[in-house]
Design a protein around this ligand. Structure first.
Ligand code: XLS
Ligand code: CA
Ligand code: CA
Length: 441
C-alpha cells in the first residue's frame, strides 16, 4: 500500500525538553496517570470529515489542500481516504475514529445506490480494522444537514417525506456503526432549528425530533447496539436557533420525551463557547446530571462568533476539561474526538501532523494538570470546606428533609443575623493556586 505521508514516521514521545516538531512532548501513551494509561484516559479519535475530507474550502474561497488522495473515481477516493486515515492513526498513535455516513463516500443519485457504496466502503474499513487491531470506531453519525433536501431540517422538517428520508439515512448509519463495532451514535442537529418563527411550528418539530430519536433507539437496540446515543448541543450555525442549544436545554428535551436513559451528551468546546458558556460549564452540567458521554475536542476564537473548529492548544481549557472528565470517573464509551481542522493557510500534509501533535499534547498536559489538581487537594478541599455547613446542624436537617419552614424561621430568629457565618469565596487565591499547580508540573 502506498504511503501518503512520506518523510514522516511514527511520532515518538520525546518529553518536554525535545525541540523535534514531529515528537510528542507530553503525550506518552503508556504513562500511567490516575491509575490508567494516558492512552486509556484520553481515548483520542480522528474526525473523518475534517481530516480526511476537509480541504480548506470556506465561504470566500475554494480549497487550499487536496483531499482526493491522488484519486479521481468516487470509490477510489473513498478507499484512499481509508488508507490515509489508517496510516495517520498509526503514525499518531490514535486508536479511534468518528465519521458521518457522507464522509466515508460521496452520495450517489439514489438512496439505494448510496447505500450500496456505503456497504462497499464499510466492508473495506472492516477489513482494514481486522488488519490493524486496536483501531476502533468511537462513534458514527448521519449527515442530515449538507444535502439541499435538508434545507428546512431533517427530523424537524415541515415535510413528512424529508423526515422519512432522514429516518432511512439514520437507520443505515446506525447499521454501519454497529457493523464497525462503534459504541456511540451521535445526533447533532445542524438544521434542526429555525430561521424564523413566522413559518415554524416549533411544538410539532420538537415532537417529531423526539419521535425520530425514539425510533432510532428502538431500532438500534433491536440490532444489538449496546453503546450510547449522544446529543451534541450547539446553539446556532447553520440555523439561527438550534433546538439542541446547550446541555441544560437538551436535558429538558430528553426528560420531556423520556429519552434520558438512552442519551448522553457529546460536548464540543467550540459549541459551548458559542452558547456563551465555558467548556467546563457544559461538562459540569452533563456530569452533574449523569449525562456525561463524549467530547468533541477543539477550540473557537473568542473574538469570532462562529464555529472555527480549531485544534485545541489552550492548556487552561484542556486542564479544566480533563478535571471534569476525571471527576466524572473517566470515559466509558466516549472519548476525545478532534472535531478540529488545520487553518486554511496550513495547507500542507505536515500541518495535519503539527495539528494533531499540538492537540494531543495540549490534552496530555491538561490531564497531567487535572490529576495534579486532584492530588494536590487544595482546590477540592476548599470547595468541600465552603459547603461544610450542610454536613451537620441545620444544613443536615434541610438536606434530610427534617427541617420545616417553621423550624427555619425559629433558627433564623434565634440567630438574629447570619452575616457573621459567611466566608470569603477566595477566587483570586484559587486562581493563583491553579497557576501554581499548572506551572510546577
Ligand atoms: C458541527 C458539528 C458536527 C458534529 C457531527 O458543528 O460539530 O460536526 O460533530 O455531526
Ligand atoms: Ca462536533
Ligand atoms: Ca463544531
Amino acid at each position: 500500500m502506498s504511503e501518503f505521508f512520506t518523510g514522516i514516521g511514527k511520532i515518538p514521545f520525546e518529553g518536554k525538553n525535545s525541540t523535534n516538531p514531529m515528537a510528542f512532548k507530553y503525550y506518552n501513551p503508556d504513562q500511567i496517570v490516575g491509575g490508567k494509561t494516558m492512552r486509556e484516559q484520553l481515548k483520542f479519535a480522528l474526525s473523518w470529515w475534517h481530516t480526511m475530507g476537509g480541504d480548506g474550502t470556506d465561504m470566500f474561497g475554494v480549497g487550499t489542500t487536496d483531499k482526493k488522495w491522488n484519486e479521481t473515481d468516487v470509490m477510489a477516493i473513498a478507499k484512499a481516504k481509508v488508507n490515509a486515515a489508517f496510516e495517520l492513526m498509526d503514525k499518531l498513535s490514535i486508536d479511534y475514529f468518528c465519521f458521518h455516513d457522507r464522509d466515508l463516500v460521496a452520495e450517489a443519485d439514489t438512496l439505494a445506490e448510496t447505500n450500496a457504496r456505503l456497504d462497499e466502503i464499510t466492508d473495506y474499513i472492516a477489513e482494514m480494522m481486522k488488519n490493524n487491531p486496536g483501531k476502533k470506531v468511537l462513534w458514527g453519525t448521519a449527515n442530515c444537514f449538507g444535502n439541499p433536501r435538508y434545507m428546512h431540517g431533517a427530523g424537524t422538517a415541515p415535510n413528512a417525506d424529508v423526515f422519512a428520508f432522514a429516518a432511512a439515512q439514520i437507520k443505515k448509519a446506525i447499521e454501519l456503526t454497529v457493523k464497525l463495532g462503534g459504541k456511540g451514535y451521535v445526533f447533532w442537529g445542524g438544521r434542526e432549528g429555525y430561521e424564523t418563527l413566522l413559518n415554524t411550528n416549533m411544538a410539532l418539530e420538537q415532537d417529531n425530533m423526539a419521535r425520530l430519536m425514539r425510533m432510532a433507539v428502538d431500532y438500534a437496540r433491536s440490532i444489538g447496539f449496546d453503546g450510547d446515543f449522544y446529543i451534541e448541543p450547539k446553539p446556532k450555525e447553520p440555523t439561527k436557533h438550534q433546538y439542541d442549544f446547550d446541555t441544560a436545554t437538551v436535558l429538558g428535551f430528553l426528560r420531556k420525551y423520556g429519552l434520558d436513559k438512552d442519551f448522553k451528551m457529546n460536548i464540543e468546546a467550540n459549541h459551548a463557547t458559542l452558547a456563551q458558556h465555558t467548556f467546563q460549564h457544559e461538562l459540569r452540567v452533563a456530569r452533574d446530571n449523569g449525562a456525561f458521554g463524549s467530547i468533541d475536542a477543539n477550540q473557537g476564537d473568542l473574538l469570532l462568533g462562529w464555529d472555527t473548529d480549531q485544534f485545541p492548544t489552550n492548556v487552561y481549557e484542556t486542564a479544566m476539561c480533563m478535571y471534569e472528565v476525571l471527576k466524572a470517573g473517566g470515559f466509558t464509551n466516549g472519548g476525545l474526538n478532534f472535531d478540529s481542522k488545520a487553518r486554511r493557510g496550513s495547507f500542507e500534509m505536515e500541518d495535519i501532523f503539527n495539528s494533531y501533535i499540538a492537540g494531543m499534547d495540549a490534552f496530555a498536559l491538561g490531564l497531567l494538570i487535572a490529576q495534579k489538581m486532584i492530588d494536590d487537594g487544595r482546590i477540592d478541599n476548599f470547595v468541600a470546606e465552603r459547603y461544610a455547613s450542610w454536613n451537620e446542624g441545620i444544613g443536615a436537617d434541610i438536606i434530610s428533609g427534617k427541617a420545616t419552614m417553621a423550624d427555619l424561621e425559629q433558627y433564623a430568629l434565634g440567630k438574629g443575623d447570619v452575616i457573621g457565618s459567611l466566608q470569603s469565596g477566595r477566587q483570586e487565591k484559587l486562581e493563583a493556586i491553579l497557576n501554581n499547580i499548572m506551572f510546577s508540573l
